[in-house]
Ligand binder design. Sequence first.
Ligand code: SF4
Length: 296
Amino acid sequence: MSALPSRLDHYGDAALVAANAANPLKLAMFESSVAERPRAGAVGLPKPAPGFRRLNNTAELQEELQEASRRFETATPEEIIAWGVERYAPYLTMATAFGPEGCVILSMLAKVAPETYVFNLDTGYQFQETLDLRDSIADKYGIEVDLLAPELPVNEYEAVHGGPLYRTNPNQCCFDRKIKTLQRASEVMHAWMSGIRRDQSADRAQAAVVGWDKKFGLVKISPLANWTKKDVWKRITDEGIPYNPLHDQGYPSVGCWPCTRAVAAGETDERAGRWSGMKKTECGLHSISEQDGSGI
Ligand code: SF4
């Protein structure tokens, strides 16, 4: 049974706009209430110091990353994170969708470098459970994950496209609401961390522990690349790390609610519930290859 989205200040807005479209007075009132509503948790990107320059993927950097990646094949995630902090802070960031892996890395960051700027790609289509988890993480670790929003709120985005794009063109929707937001963040950063594991999918199996992310022009650090799902859940259980309650309701992987379903008993692919029924398997953030544009 699929959990219903309860964050009506996103999707509900779009539905109400459509329902009220025939009544300009009501619509105008509604739009102003949207504009005035504060967005709890939204801080905005940090400003880099004067003279900040983005990294170039030079031969020297490539060599350094390859050497580090080889060395870190047997390192602990904490050692990898500590290296990332030492090498790239304050221009090291982390993007999290509050999956189990992200929560584990947040618990590690709390010990190593709690001041790290961490953000969530707040597409406007996240489950309420996911957004609530942001608060649990803040309470437990003191890390306030920033909610980084796309250019247009959901109601305006859907109005521009004549309805929800996730139904007709999810690649474009992910590009506009996730990739572009990360691109914005990448302009003030040198490196980003992600919680991907190699055993999650064929595409992710190729991930380096440390490497150059061509798509975003950043060094990409994946401290959990060599961990298994079991490793992640053992750490969560051992340390009482907060996690998304949807994982206990048949959702091994949680993304935006329109593109996520619970998996059936016997479905072994932990990402089977993401973009179910479509050719799409990734939002494009972690794609190594982009055949047919399906990487976005
Ligand atoms: Fe849009 Fe679905 Fe991608 Fe979220 S996961 S950005 S709703 S297509």
